[in-house]
Design a protein around this ligand. Sequence first.
Ligand SMILES: Cc1cc2nc3c(=O)[nH]c(=O)nc-3n(C[C@H](O)[C@H](O)[C@H](O)COP(=O)(O)OP(=O)(O)OC[C@H]3O[C@@H](n4cnc5c(N)ncnc54)[C@H](O)[C@@H]3O)c2cc1C
Length: 540
Amino acid sequence: MSLSLRQTNLRKLIKRHFDVLILGAGINGAVSAASLAARGVKVALIDKGDFGGSTSSQSSNLAWGGIKYLESGELNLVSHLCKSRNHLMKSFPSTVKEIRFLTSVQKGFRWPVPLLYLGTLLYWLMGRFATRAPVALTREGLKRRDPRIRINAASGGFEYSDCYLHDNDSRFVFSFVRTAMNYGAVAANYIGATAFARKNGVWLVSTRDEIDGQTSEVKCDVLINACGPEVDCVNNMAARKTSYRHVFSKGVHLMVDRTPDPSRILAFFASDGRLFFVIPMGPKTCIGTTDTEVSDPAVSVNDDDREFILSNANDLLNLSEPLTKADIIAERCGVRPLAVSGESQKTDWVELSRKHHIEVSAPDAHISIFGGKLTDCINVGDEIVEIAATLGVKFPVEPRRWYGEPDVKVKEEFVVQAQLMGLDELADPRSCEPLTDRLWRRYGANAFEMLETVRENPGNADRLLEHAEYLRCEVEQAGRREMITKLEDFLRRRSKISLVVRRNDIIDDPGLREFCEILFGDQAEAKLQEYVAQTDPDKQ
Ligand SMILES: Cc1cc2nc3c(=O)[nH]c(=O)nc-3n(C[C@H](O)[C@H](O)[C@H](O)COP(=O)(O)OP(=O)(O)OC[C@H]3O[C@@H](n4cnc5c(N)ncnc54)[C@H](O)[C@@H]3O)c2cc1C
């Protein structure tokens, strides 16, 4: 029997001695792996859960310059994040898309609308005019733009631009994991680091396979702790002291069963004075977020969170029926890991900086990545390469671009081939975008392989699930290339199916069995039952 990608990588993890081992495959670990592997460094990347399965799958899905940090006067941070956002927008034109934010301001708000509008102009300037210009709006102007906005308590508003991740945050993270693997990195999900020793200049990291409980050891010269909210906990396990540490702010989003206007995000100042968003996500709407100080990074949604989000949405939106808990399809919940230096007593959550800090201990070749944002990911990857060089890591390969979509000419060729074979006509009429756009955005140059399988057999363009647009050829390719270890890896992270389709509709779908057979072969039934048990609301 042939080995799966994961099984093959697990064997390599034990056999090889790596230049760099990265713990944690959220955005920070994934970009570090991609940037180093593209320079020919021997990299291993492990995560105790799925790739992008923690904080990096609970964000607001925005690549944004941080307009709200203007209020706390963090001009350098805003300028830096705007630059990072522009860079992402240029590098991933199909994935990181400009979108308008239609913002209404309630009467009596702490800042008057004209001043807030001046803020958006400053934001646009700091964004080097890379997006459309902001516009000031009267109450009536807001209503004309979007009748869903309740204007009776509004004094006016404005519209400005930022960017969003078209698919979802964890899919974006996976694209870097995949790039790292393309350049030879050995990546495996569900492998946790459990103990650390350093002998004769080599790190010996004990690991546990969360699927079968097997333990083993990985050897490397340089160790990167990119465990997000668990960076401190993992450093404690290794008895390491750092000058930075994390504090946590819990953030919740609710996915609700309402049809959004895909062309814009609605933004409001919620009852706690913070920015609050109504974000289109595929055919449904994502609402949030909250910002609550917590001391433990293991968090879950509670009734106060639901009440806060639903009541703010009901106050600010003009809905035919108010939103209730019954409208919730799925919930997203995570903590923002916020970096503070050891002595800092700063606890103003809204004002705490969202900058990342990379702490290096040269004598024992150890790196910890604190804080940060998805938006700043390319800088994290580039900084890690520079730091690795100072720790003596050798780069056998010349610098190359380790991120971004393929050249526009490759895309043009894909579009021509897709048109000539009539790809879009094969799509299900319920699809919300042309198949050509979706396949290119999700798979880039690998989408050519899908064209070939559809040429061979048009049945490979069949949609497998009643409520989701994924085709047989996509699921087949995901089974080979995307290390789907549990069904949830595909439904929640490589795709956003479980965010926009209710759990019972997924489980009752007549196509789900074939779906699982393609992904898991003779383990299909076991994996399906595992998903049913793990997502059972009575056991959450
Ligand atoms: C509510 C919310 C909204 C946000 N919105 C935005 C936004 O719109 N735009 C933006 O740019 N940023 C946003 N952020 C911030 C952004 O999501 C985070 O900064 C980023 O995802 C953190 O990535 P990370 O790689 O540091 O951590 P994570 O994504 O948490 O990754 C760390 C990984 O380490 C793994 N791990 C932990 N312990 C071990 C171990 N012992 N062994 C192996 N692996 C281990 C975990 O399983 C995890 O996958 C938001 C955050 C939140 C919470």
